[in-house]
Write a protein that binds this ligand. Structure first.
Ligand SMILES: [Zn+2]
Length: 435
């Protein structure tokens, strides 16, 4: 399956290594100021794994420690499974009294030392007598706890570094598979799933992606002192599916809206199964058995492994959750506006008759019970008792953004659309054939 192969992508992104692919910095108004990365480096180049209780060279100290402290012997200690500060101190020649004094240090944050994270690195600075003078513990990627000895007493304080956000753009043209195209465009697993989720009400990523479909994504990269620490939000995206363009723009409320300010969220998901579980994302144009079969048996089949979670396409109430020899384990959901959805051949049902379900809630798992040749979900969508193709049926327009935010959104929307269009033009001229 596709996602497993590229699962390394996410971790390698966190280390700051940029993957080969179409990933470009986009200049935006927010970064016109000089944001040159700082050159100071916190730890030596050796991989973190080798830093087990080893001596590290003396480094610069926070300015509020007396000058003599610069002569400290520093150790970087990696927290092991089952470790406590007491155990770590003991291993490094510090006694229980010191542990107590450090944990109860004046100031803020020393209590964080009662619960250490495995693989965290604690830096310990001792004087010539081997007494603890200074300790540093990272609380998060941008926050560090310092405990320093001042006038025979330990004082604790937290210091946070600001996270700088820079925007980047990824562009891809799909040749054989959306996941592959997105990964080679430089997006990590989480971003690929987010991208599909943003458009999941408009596009069935499991069955309706075709060769030649393309996407353009503006997203955030986060940096601390010039070091890449991870990706942030997708801020705008464009997806061209079978010639039709869809745009999504993130607003300040964290939601995505189309360019004209309508929520991307709609009453029904286009597919009740995540595309990441579907073995083949699409068939070549000339061969389209799904469409043909839909006409024959009025449903859509999603071939997926037994146990794959199936979600409710929309909010509603379960009218049937039972078994018969044709449908196997099945679930029917009654939604508003005369719409009923049906889900057949489950290996296991996850809801009961009469239960209210929310869109995206797991209602069962793919199987091959009843009249099914192999494991798949048979999905039906009925409007006033008539079968409709769930992937093409016209649904009521989504809710527009509240009128009072309209003007603010229009400003953002206009800018993002220009960025998407501009970047697509540049990228297409640079990358005549991308996966
Ligand atoms: Zn079927």
């Amino acid at each position: 399956m596709v996602p497993l192969k590229s699962s390394k992508q996410a971790t390698s992104n966190v280390t700051g290594e940029f993957k080969v692919g179409q990933r470009y910095q986009v200049a935006t108004p927010e970064q016109t100021s000089n944001t040159q990365p700082s050159t100071s480096i916190e730890l030596p180049d050796a991989p973190i794994e080798t830093l087990n209780d080893t001596q590290l060279p003396v480094r610069e100290l926070p300015s509020n420690i007396e000058e003599s402290a610069a002569q400290l012997q520093w150790q970087a200690v990696k927290v092991r499974s089952g470790d406590s500060l007491a155990k770590i101190f003991k291993r490094n020649g510090l006694n229980a009294t010191t542990t107590h004094k450090v944990i109860t240090a004046q100031g803020e944050g020393s209590k964080s030392l009662k619960k250490l994270g495995v693989d965290d690195i604690i830096r310990i600075g001792k004087d010539e007598q081997g007494s603890l003078v200074s300790l540093e513990y990272p609380l998060s990627k941008n926050e560090t706890l310092y405990v320093n000895l001042q006038n025979q007493q330990y004082h604790a304080y937290k210091e946070s570094k600001s996270v700088e956000v820079r925007e980047a753009i990824a562009h891809g043209v799909i040749k054989s598979n959306f996941w592959h195209a997105a990964a080679s465009a430089g997006l990590n697993d989480g971003q690929i799933i987010s991208l599909a989720n943003v458009f999941g009400w408009d596009i069935d990523f499991a069955l309706d992606i075709r060769a030649g479909d393309s996407f353009n994504v503006i997203y955030e990269n986060q940096y601390i002192e010039g070091d890449f620490i991870g990706t942030g939000n997708i801020v705008a995206a464009e997806f061209i599916n079978q010639g039709e363009s869809f745009h999504a723009i993130r607003f300040t409320d964290g939601e995505y809206y189309s360019a004209d300010g309508r929520s991307m969220r709609k009453a029904f998901l286009r597919a009740p199964v995540s595309f990441k579980y579907i073995s083949s994302n699409f068939k070549p144009k000339r061969f389209h058995p799904v469409q043909k079969r839909w006409k024959a048996h009025r449903g859509t089949d999603y071939a997926a492994k037994t146990g794959t979670p199936v979600v409710a396409a929309g909010n509603g109430r379960v009218t049937d959750a039972t078994y018969n020899k044709y449908n196997g384990n099945y679930v029917f959901i009654q939604h508003g506006n005369g719409i009923v959805t049906k889900y057949l051949h489950f290996s296991k049902r996850a809801v009961k008759k009469g239960q209210r379900v929310k869109q995206g809630q797991v209602i069962g798992y793919v199987g091959s019970t009843g009249l099914a040749a192999g494991p798949h979900l048979h999905y039906e969508f009925l409007l006033n008792g008539v079968h409709r193709n769930p992937r093409t049926v016209k649904l009521p327009d989504a809710k527009p953004l509240n009128q009072k935010y309209k003007q603010a959104f229009e400003v953002i929307s206009k800018q993002r659309l220009a960025e998407l269009t501009g970047s697509r033009r540049i990228l297409l001229s640079m990358q005549p054939s991308a996966e």
